[in-house]
Design a protein around this ligand. Structure first.
Ligand code: ADP
Ligand code: F6P
Length: 319
C-alpha cells in the first residue's frame, strides 16, 4: 500500500473542489496514508510548493467555492524538463501517488505524469461538464444553478420592458452550461458551439412570436458560440426589438457548491484514494447513470464528450 499521496487542483477552479480535497484527505488518513497538498496546480508541483495536510487543515471548507489549495495555469509543466522537475519534487518528498482534480488540460498533464511512472488518479473538475466518461463534472451543477438564478432575474426585467435579453454564459468549447440552464430556465433560444446557428431564422422566430403577443425573450449564448453583444446587435437591427446583453462571467465559477456537487466530489475523491491505495493508476473516476465508474485516463482526455441532442431538442420544443 502507498504510504504518502498528494492532492492538487488545477486549471479553472470550480465549486466542489474543496469538498473533494476534504474527502480525499480524511479517507486517506482513515486508510493509514499520509496526504500532502500541492499548491497552485502544476506550478506548485514544479516549484515545490507542497506540504502535509491534516484532518483539521481541511475543516470548514466543504461549503466554500474556489479551492483552498489554489490553482494555476503552468506552461513549464507542458515541457518534458518541467515535468521531470515536478516528478523529482514529488519523489524527494516520498510522494507515491497523486490525485489531480481539473479539466481536460489538467487531466492531460496527469496522464503524462502517470506515463512517467507516478501513480496518478484524475477527477473531473470543471464547470464546463465537457469531460468524457462522466455524466457530470464537479462544479457543473452549481454553475448551472447560478446561471438559472440569473435567468430568473433577467426574466423579470425583460418582461417589464418587453425586451430581448441575451445572457452570455461560460463554455469556451462546450455548450453544456448554456443548454442545461437554458432548458431549466425556459430560454427561448439556446446558442451553443455544438449546434449550427441560423441567426436569420432566430430573428424571424422572434418577430413571429412578438407578433403573436409574446412580450419578451431570453436567449442564452455559450461564449463558444459567439459574442452575445454582436449577436444582440444583429437581432436589434433585424427585428427592431430592444435588446440588452448580460455577460455573467466568473460569477458562475464561484459560490458555495450545491449539495449535488459536494456529494459527487466527496464520493469521487473517496474512490480516487481507495484506487491509489490498491495500487491503481492512469484512471479517472466519473459518475455514469447513477454509478461511480472508473475510466482510462487516456480515454477521458482523447474522446470528446458531446452535448445531449435530446436535451437540445426538448429545449427547442418547449421554448
Ligand atoms: P483545465 O484543466 O481547466 O482544462 P488548462 O487547459 O488551462 O485547464 O490546463 C491546466 C494546466 O494543465 C495547464 O496550465 C498545464 O500546466 C497543464 N496542461 C494542460 N495541457 C497539458 C498538456 N498537453 N501537457 C502537459 N500539461 C498540460
Ligand atoms: O473553467 C472553464 C472555463 O470556465 C471556460 O468555460 C472559460 O472559457 C474559461 O474557464 C475561462 O477561464 P479563465 O478566465 O480562468 O482563463
Amino acid at each position: 500500500m502507498l504510504k504518502r499521496i498528494a492532492i492538487m487542483t488545477s486549471g479553472g477552479d470550480c465549486p466542489g473542489m474543496n469538498a473533494a480535497i476534504r474527502s480525499a484527505v480524511r479517507v486517506a488518513l482513515h486508510e493509514g496514508m499520509e496526504v500532502w497538498g500541492i499548491y497552485n496546480g502544476y506550478a506548485g508541483m514544479t516549484n515545490d510548493e507542497m506540504e502535509q495536510l491534516t484532518s483539521r487543515s481541511v475543516g470548514d471548507i466543504i461549503q466554500r467555492g474556489g479551492t483552498v489549495l489554489g490553482t494555476a495555469r503552468c506552461e513549464e509543466f507542458k515541457t518534458p524538463e518541467g515535468r521531470q522537475k515536478a516528478l523529482d519534487n514529488l519523489r524527494r518528498h516520498g510522494i507515491e501517488g497523486v490525485i489531480v482534480i481539473g479539466g481536460d488540460g489538467s487531466l492531460s498533464g496527469a496522464k503524462l505524469l502517470a506515463d512517467m511512472g507516478m501513480a496518478v488518479v484524475g477527477l473531473p473538475g470543471t464547470i464546463d461538464n465537457d469531460i468524457w466518461g462522466t455524466d457530470y463534472t464537479i462544479g457543473f451543477d452549481t454553475a448551472v444553478n447560478t446561471v438559472l438564478d440569473a435567468i430568473n432575474k433577467l426574466r423579470d426585467t425583460a418582461s417589464a420592458h418587453r425586451r430581448v435579453i441575451l445572457l452570455e454564459v461560460m463554455g469556451r468549447n462546450s455548450g453544456w452550461i448554456a443548454l442545461a440552464s437554458g432548458l431549466a430556465g425556459g430560454a427561448e433560444h439556446i446558442l451553443i458551439p455544438e449546434m449550427k446557428i441560423d441567426l436569420d431564422d432566430i430573428c424571424q422566430q422572434l418577430i413571429q412570436s412578438r407578433d403573436s403577443g409574446k412580450k419578451y425573450s431570453i436567449i442564452v449564448v455559450a461564449e463558444g458560440a459567439g459574442s452575445a453583444a454582436a449577436i444582440g446587435e444583429k437581432i436589434a437591427k433585424e427585428t427592431g426589438a430592444e435588446t440588452r446583453v448580460s455577460v455573467l462571467g466568473h460569477i458562475q465559477r464561484g459560490g458555495s457548491p450545491s449539495a449535488f456537487d459536494r456529494i459527487l466530489a466527496s464520493m469521487l475523491a473517496e474512490r480516487a484514494v481507495l484506487a491509489l491505495s490498491q495500487g491503481l493508476s492512469n484512471i479517472m473516476f466519473g459518475y455514469k447513470t447513477g454509478l461511480i465508474v472508473n475510466v482510462d485516463l487516456g480515454d477521458a482526455i482523447s474522446y470528446k464528450k458531446g452535448i445531449d441532442p435530446t436535451m437540445f431538442r426538448l429545449a427547442t420544443l418547449l421554448s
